[in-house]
Design a protein around this ligand. Structure first.
Ligand code: S3P
Length: 431
């Protein structure tokens, strides 16, 4: 278990950054959706981190072959027929990988076991296994199908009309994947739009995924293999956001992110940081399944407090880093309607607040959120609880006051070069 010590930044930074980790959500989908075609998909800038490489090796266990060019381009060649694997399928720490594969495999003939690390095996899966069982999928696991390892006996699936009680892109994607193998048109609805990469990418591959006038997503079964994917994965806004907070709290700093996704369902945290007073510019440069371009974040004086209670699915992953910004702001900030934080890689309400308190920040805890009393961050020893976003959020706080982060191995699940970029801003020592 690695511990990293971060020294306070000696001065402001000005950085043009094209090395932010590639988008995790899109990379998982590339690995899985490539299996829906009968021709090779070509992916540039696929995220080479533990979570997404786990999804890619599962694609290989199902019969795909993968090849990396010297320039790092990934070719995923799907098998003529998916293979029944002779071993368990290990999703590692990745909730996205596990939930999407549940939906994907539910309609594939064969027997499959999905498992993951100790954190993933404790996360709720009923949100996908429940609706999948209701459309005829044969899935089981501990606590009546709620906890992995999960066993799937893939087979015929029924068309469905399902209004989801959670606004979750993982649940939505699992159900869309199942609907592609249903026996008629299916309908899916969420009360608030969660990230929409699956709809965009599958539509781009020729799947008949649309939306009716009442807001239901409509999915027609595949009539044959889909078109392969051909794309360059943009930089991940959720990973960039750690350094956006760094620029917003370290006087005089500026950072520009290039080739980053500007999908509106992914950049809400930047909008909130802007409303707290940071100077932020967005520039769309291209549209490849979704808008991609540049974001520049500049320090613009001390931040002000903010209330965050809406559009939560659009910034759920960024809330720990945003809490660090809130800790430096003038006044009391509040987050509500964010109970989903409790079932992420850790209970992120508890892990964020305990870490803030260790840094001398006053907090209040609610079932569905928290209050952060802005003040002065103090150096502390922070336990990541095996959660990559807690480790990275408090490493960034270290730019102001110094910090020691215990258990940083988890950073490799999503952002393997995070500490390399941080070391452009300050001294970083692995103990
Ligand atoms: C993801 C969806 C989000 C997010 C997760 C990635 C995805 O979870 O927190 O990191 O790629 O679909 P929800 O399922 O809660 O939307």
């Amino acid at each position: 278990m690695k511990t990293v010590r971060i020294a306070p930044a000696p001065k402001a930074f000005t950085i043009d950054c094209d090395r932010i980790a590639s988008d995790k959500s899109i990379s998982h989908r590339c690995a899985i959706f490539a299996l829906l075609s009968d021709r090779p998909s070509i992916i540039e800038n696929f995220l080479r981190a533990e979570d997404t490489l786990a999804s890619l090796s599962i694609a290989e266990q199902l019969g795909a072959t993968t090849e990396w060019s010297e320039a790092g381009k990934l070719t995923i060649t799907p098998p003529a027929r998916l293979r029944e694997p002779d071993d368990v399928l290990d999703c590692g720490n990745a909730g996205t990988g596990m939930r999407l594969y549940c939906g994907f495999l539910a309609g594939v003939e064969g027997s499959f076991v999905l498992t993951g690390d100790r954190y993933l095996r404790a996360r709720p899966m009923k949100r996908v296994t429940g609706p999948l069982q209701s459309v005829g999928a044969k899935l089981d696991g501990r606590e009546e199908g709620n906890l992995a390892p999960l066993h799937i006996r893939g087979g015929k699936l029924k068309a469905f009309r399902y209004a989801s009680p959670v606004d979750s892109a993982q649940v939505k994607s699992a159900m869309i994947l199942a609907a592609l193998r249903g026996d008629g048109r299916s309908y899916y609805r969420e009360s608030f739009l969660s990230r929409d990469h699956s709809e965009r990418m599958l539509h781009g591959m020729g799947a008949r995924v649309g939306r009716d006038t009442e807001g239901w997503i409509t999915i027609d079964p595949m009539e044959g293999p889909l078109e392969p994917l051909k794309l360059r994965v943009p930089a991940d806004p959720s990973s960039a956001f750690f350094f956006a907070v760094a620029a917003a709290i370290l006087p005089g700093s500026r950072i520009r992110f290039e080739g980053i996704s500007l999908n509106p369902t992914r950049i809400e945290a930047f909008r909130v940081l802007e409303s707290m007073g940071a100077a932020i510019d967005y520039r769309i440069r291209q549209d490849l399944y979704e808008p991609i371009g540049e974001i520049t974040v500049r320090y613009n004086g001390r931040l002000g407090a903010v209330e965050v209670a809406e559009r939560i699915p659009w910034l759920i992953d960024e809330l720990p880093a945003l809490a660090v910004a809130m800790a430096t702001a003038e006044g009391v900030s509040r987050v509500r309607n964010a109970a989903e934080l409790r079932v992420k890689e850790s209970d992120r309400i508890a892990s964020t607040l305990r870490a803030l308190e260790a840094c001398g920040i006053e907090t209040e805890e609610y079932d569905d959120g928290y209050a952060v009393h802005g003040g002065t961050l103090h150096s502390a020893v922070i336990d990541s609880h095996g959660d990559h976003r807690i480790a990275m959020s408090f490493a960034v706080a270290g730019l102001l006051c110094g910090m020691e982060i215990v258990d940083t191995d988890c950073v490799a699940t999503s952002f393997p070069n995070f500490f390399d970029i941080l070391s452009q801003m300050t001294e970083v020592h692995t103990l």
